[in-house]
Design a protein around this ligand. Structure first.
Ligand code: FAD
Length: 303
């Protein structure tokens, strides 16, 4: 008898870890949606959930509020994104301690983009951490934190070449990062080639693929252009003509995400980070597809 494909195994869900990323809501309506989303996803028992941080501290109050509520009201393990752009060391250290007091034990350490936006030249704050590796080292000095960092399968738009990019990742790992989460990508060959390059450079931490379910193709295509992620022609073709057909767009989006995740599983990936965009349906469906089912005891927000 032919072996069952790995992605069709009945015990798949117990072999796969997931984490979910949220952004701090801007108003009451978005806040209500975020907590509905968390209530739906919490029973899937993710490894951790992360909350983004506006570069230069622009979302500090909102990020803090979301982390505090996650710590207080859920059984989830919250991870705080933290950037070092446009902030002094003292300011950054104070935020680390404040988050730690809320019960945060995980951080996603990032440099962040200058206030002028993606692509503007980066200049460290005169009294600040000069780069992400220094921020990682500060986190490790201040507490016993689990520290993740970013990775760029298509290289960071500011990088001259892959060698520079991977060297930057290596410095972050040498400073104490234990996991890298990738920028989103749509071509799994690109991810696989990147992981091979990273391993050849002697970096052995998990390189967790960041999966972006496509809620709005036009928006994703615009955003991808700014952060150096390539949108393949076949992907654009799949969404072509669906601008005014949200129902079919949603069905195609779930088929596309399912295809990407199942193919990565066949390639040996067993850990996924989902950019939820504060929406539950697509992520919940993909998790269901890969055998991750709600656990009743893990539903404190819904309760
Ligand atoms: P790094 O990985 O430290 O560096 C990025 C690039 O800069 C390098 O690849 C290299 O090209 C260049 N570089 C850096 N240091 C050196 C050096 N010493 N010598 C030469 N070149 C160098 N942004 C936010 O504002 N808030 C968030 O919450 C947030 N979350 C994110 C989560 C993930 C998973 C990812 C992938 C990105 C996130 N970002 C976030 C975006 C991120 O801040 C930007 O991409 C930013 O431009 C780079 O930050 P970084 O920590 O990834 O940079």
């Amino acid at each position: 008898m032919k072996d069952v494909q790995f992605s069709r195994r009945s015990d798949l869900g117990s072999r796969i870890d997931v984490s979910f990323e949220f952004f701090p809501p801007k108003n009451d309506v978005m806040e209500a949606r975020l907590w509905e989303t968390i209530a739906r996803l919490e029973p899937l028992a993710p490894h951790f959930v992360s909350v983004t941080y506006g570069a230069g501290g622009s979302t500090k109050e909102r990020t803090t509020r979301a982390l505090a509520r996650l710590s207080r009201e859920s059984a989830l393990s919250p991870a705080a994104h933290l950037t070092c752009v446009d902030a002094s060391r003292d300011e950054v250290d104070a935020v680390i301690r404040e988050f730690a007091e809320l019960g945060v034990r995980r951080f996603v350490a990032l440099r962040g983009d200058p206030a002028e936006g993606v692509g503007a030249a980066y200049r460290p704050h005169p009294d600040g951490y000069r780069n992400t590796a220094e921020l990682v080292a500060a986190l490790r000095r201040i507490g016993e934190f689990d520290v993740s960092v970013s990775a760029y399968p298509e290289k960071h738009p500011e990088s001259a070449d892959f060698a520079t990019d991977i060297d930057v990742l290596k410095r972050k790992v040498d400073a104490g990062a234990t996991r890298a989460i990738t920028q989103f990508f749509f071509d799994n060959d690109v991810y696989e080639r990147y992981v091979e390059r990273v391993r050849r450079a002697g970096i052995y931490i998990p390189i967790v693929p960041g999966i972006l379910p496509i809620h709005n193709f036009a928006q994703v295509a615009g955003f991808a252009g700014r952060c150096g992620a390539h949108v393949p022609a076949w992907l654009a073709d799949r969404f072509a003509g669906l601008e005014n057909d949200p129902q079919t767009h949603a069905l195609i989006a779930s088929a596309v995400a399912a295809e990407q995740v199942l193919d990565l599983i066949e390639r040996g990936v067993d850990d996924f980070h989902f950019y939820t965009m504060n929406r539950a349906d697509l992520v919940f469906a993909i998790c269901h597809l890969i055998g991750i089912r709600p656990r009743v005891e893990q539903a404190s927000i819904a309760a």
